[in-house]
Design a protein around this ligand. Structure first.
Ligand code: TYD
Ligand code: MG
Length: 462
């Protein structure tokens, strides 16, 4: 009798895919903890050629475009835009974000809009009870006649229910709470999360049901239950926002059906999520005209220009170690600006400096540099900018002003919101729209001279 061949078990990291023959608590390749999982051994031998299905590749130009994707509008313009023009039937969308940011509220609103149009939908929640969801829908006055609820954590039962009632749209909330009883691992583990995503994918593809999968974000900022999840779905959207403001931003980071440059703005109010079609107006609404230490800049979010206010506060000279506090702007860039300003004759080494992007936007792009530098100088000298003046541009280490992307979009947005003058990199001047004076500057000193007159101790042109 032939000896039974020994089956060799191997382990695979759910994060990076590295394999090992022994189980370890930490992947030796990527360093992730608790991601090594048992892998079934590969099937032995080859299928006989007679059993292999015949498939024929076709030239790209012969691909039939008529049998293509069908789009379903969510009735939320900001969301449709991020999705690349609405939901694709059979598409699986992963929506990630911090707990409490508003994912469940957004998706309940989406399904309610479908319900209003008479379309049957299903909301599976492993997080909240049916009663809680009903109360929320009532409080937000969301019509839900055709919205079916299932408060369930059993993946198999939930998907069987979805197959039975055949909804036009499905929400699975969340990938961390749903689990397949067939797997031994706990809900939220890598293998469970992967199973939920894979099964959701086959349901949405097999039955043409557009599906939203909710995923919470870990402390490291990734959707818990790693990168494998992002590969498995068609679209990955992050819902961002911090606790201090009502502003929420929806951002596509992967989209098989559209571009990833699009973003959507929302506001979390007591009456639910509200779309913010004009983010610049919303961000500038509470601006105090002619306050010292502030400036308005034009940032680019996704592919959209957004105007935002950068505020600075500078303390009195003190022998204590000075603090550098930032909210919504890059701390290391602020430190660089303070060094550059120091060289230009603005001693800030012994003063506390606070810089904040008002309204809850995070502006990390270099185009905000000029706004930060100008606000700090304004705060230090207690000077305000003219309220119809805006600035943008990258500041280099020797105080040079460098060109930034999308100058025309930034200038047009400034003109649209009633600004009359923009201080910007020289190369932007040619993009000036009508009714907007664009003053091109080559150095930070030049910008400060235009805005505040000649800085102390320096001989600058006006
Ligand atoms: P939720 O949608 O449950 O967040 P997630 O699903 O991302 O965890 O939103 C919960 C938070 O939103 C909660 O802290 C309260 C707040 N909220 C409002 O401010 N207004 C509202 O109308 C609703 C429904 C929630
Ligand atoms: Mg939720």
């Amino acid at each position: 009798m032939a000896a039974k061949k020994k089956v060799r078990i191997s382990y695979k990291c759910g994060d990076c895919g590295a394999t090992a023959l022994k189980w370890t608590g930490r992947c030796s390749d990527c360093g992730a903890w608790n991601t090594m999982q048992e892998e079934a051994p590969p099937a032995q031998g080859r299928r006989s050629t007679s059993k292999v299905r015949r498939v024929d590749p076709i030239p790209v130009s012969k691909v039939d475009l008529k049998v293509g994707e069908v789009r379903l509008s969510t009735s939320i313009r900001e969301l449709d835009r991020v999705l690349g023009g609405g939901l694709v039937t059979g598409g699986l969308v992963l929506i990630g974000g911090d707990p409490g940011v508003g994912k469940s509220t957004l998706l309940l609103t989406v399904l309610s809009h479908f319900s209003r149009r008479g379309l049957k939908t299903l909301y599976v929640s492993g997080e909240e009870s049916a009663r809680q969801i009903r109360l929320r829908a009532d409080r937000l006055k969301l019509p839900c006649d055709h919205l079916h609820l299932l408060a369930e954590t059993d993946l198999d039962a939930s998907l069987a229910a979805a197959e039975r009632i055949k909804p036009r749209a499905l929400v699975l909330d969340s990938v961390q709470t749903l689990f397949s009883p067939e797997l031994t691992s706990v809900p939220g583990s890598v293998s469970q999360v992967r199973e939920v995503a894979a099964r959701a994918m086959s349901l949405s593809k097999g039955h043409d049901i557009p599906t939203f999968l909710v995923g919470h974000v870990t402390k490291q900022g990734g959707i818990a239950g790693p990168k494998v999840l992002e590969h498995l779905v068609d679209t990955v959207i992050y819902f961002e926002g911090d606790g201090r403001t009502q502003l929420r931003i929806l951002r596509a980071v992967k989209n098989r059906f559209g571009s990833t440059g699009e973003i959507g703005f929302f506001e979390m109010t007591a009456e639910g999520l509200r779309e913010v079609p004009d983010a610049s107006a919303r961000l500038l609404a509470e601006r105090v005209a002619s306050a010292s230490g502030t400036s308005v800049i034009a940032a680019i979010e996704g592919s959209r220009p957004v105007l935002a206010e950068v505020q600075a506060l500078v303390g009195h000279p003190s022998p204590a170690t000075p603090g550098r506090t930032v909210l919504g702007v890059d701390r290391s860039r602020l430190q660089m600006h303070l060094a550059v300003l120091g060289k230009l004759g603005f001693p800030l080494h012994d003063r506390d400096v606070f810089v904040s992007a008002a309204g809850g936007l995070r502006i990390l792009e270099p185009a905000a540099d000029l706004g930060i530098a100008v606000s700090v100088v304004g705060a230090m000298r207690d000077r305000a900018l003219d309220q119809h003046t805006m600035v943008f541009g990258e500041v280099g280490l020797v105080g040079e002003i460098r060109a930034v992307s999308h100058p025309a979009a930034r200038l047009n947005e400034a003109a649209r919101h009633g600004f009359r003058r923009v201080i910007a990199p020289v190369s932007s001047v040619e993009h000036a729209p009508k009714n907007l004076e664009v003053i091109g500057v080559r150095t930070l000193q030049e910008a400060l001279a235009v805005l505040f007159g000649a800085p102390k101790g320096k001989n600058t042109r006006r």
